[in-house]
Design a protein around this ligand. Structure first.
Ligand SMILES: Cc1ncc(COP(=O)(O)O)c(C=O)c1O
Length: 292
């Protein structure tokens, strides 16, 4: 299934995109992708936090107020869906709209907000989804260093598109992306976490990468799960020497890595974190029937 709504001043409408949309011209926008399970958005507070941060950092001043009431429009859209599934993916896209001169943004933006609902890429049952440990690789496509945009899930994701194509050609579903200094930054569509003793260690994202909502949740819960949390620079040697590795994102949760290139990794801790993950995510969910 796939259904898309546009949030407008007149309420929800079928999407109507204009040719002058700055999202097309300059990639002038940002998005977040959430998992909706049994009518509840998992980890909503982290999605809201990232939408607010992105709007602030990119100067979408007028859109900030709209973001605060977005859960109401999402709940309305959910009620209007032609068909509902146990697990669905909700992609919230916010583009700056039309206006301004060239790159210069309009003084008061009129953002285009889309809510896209689609089927989850897996079968959700017994309140969880289990991903078997995966084989992975180091992608050749480097991720750029861009401190002004680091952390934001903005529209310009062409490096991820190129890296993802590398994986598809080898039948793999996720790979590690490095910057030009050979520092590990992330997966093509997820964040990367190493297990080193009793620490969860993840690349710092001050210069590159997307600050994931799941990475943020994990940073908050690490101690309760029995781990220290550390954000730092990680080179390839450190990656290879980790006890375990996993990728993490909002749709798939924790995906342990069994093999990266030729190196085989243990996956026991990653698998047990995976089983702790979904109940915790559901506790932190926003029920769409209960939106303020
Ligand atoms: C490049 C990139 N990094 C990290 C993430 C993880 O973000 P989240 O945990 O919000 O899904 C994603 C998710 O799609 C991504 O595309």
């Amino acid at each position: 299934m796939q259904e898309v709504f546009q949030v407008t001043a007149q309420g929800l409408q079928a999407p109507h995109l204009q040719a002058c949309e700055r999202g097309f011209h300059y990639g002038d926008g940002f998005f977040t992708t959430a998992l909706v399970v049994e009518g509840a958005i998992l980890n909503w507070s982290a999605h809201l936090r990232r939408l607010r941060n992105s709007a602030q950092r990119l100067g979408f001043a007028a859109t900030l107020a709209q973001i605060e009431t977005l859960s109401q429009q999402i709940a309305q859209a959910y009620q209007q869906l032609a068909s509902v599934e146990a697990a669905m993916v909700l992609k919230i896209m916010i583009a700056r709209g039309c206006g301004g001169r060239g790159y210069a943004p309009p003084l008061c933006e009129n953002a285009t907000i889309l809510l896209q609902w689609s089927s989850a890429p897996f079968h959700w049952s017994m309140n969880a989804v289990t991903h078997a440990p995966m084989a992975s690789m180091i992608c050749q496509t480097p991720i750029s260093i861009s401190p002004a945009l680091a952390g934001i899930k903005h529209f310009n994701r062409l490096e991820n598109v190129l890296a993802r194509a590398e994986l598809d050609s080898l039948g793999l579903s996720e790979g590690v992306m490095l910057d030009v200094h050979q520092h590990c930054i992330c997966g093509t569509q997820s964040n990367l976490v190493l297990i080193e003793g009793d620490a969860l260690v993840t690349p710092s994202l001050h210069k590159s990468g997307v600050e994931g909502t799941s990475r943020y949740a994990l940073s908050q819960w690490a101690q309760a799960f029995g781990y220290q949390w550390q954000e730092t620079e990680i080179d390839l040697k450190r990656l290879q020497q980790a006890d375990e590795l996993f990728f993490i994102n909002a749709v798939r949760g924790i995906q342990p890595v069994a093999k990266l290139e030729d190196r085989v990794f243990a996956t026991e801790q990653g698998m047990s974190l995976q089983s702790l993950w979904w109940p915790q995510m559901q506790r932190a969910a926003l029920k769409l029937g209960e939106c303020p």
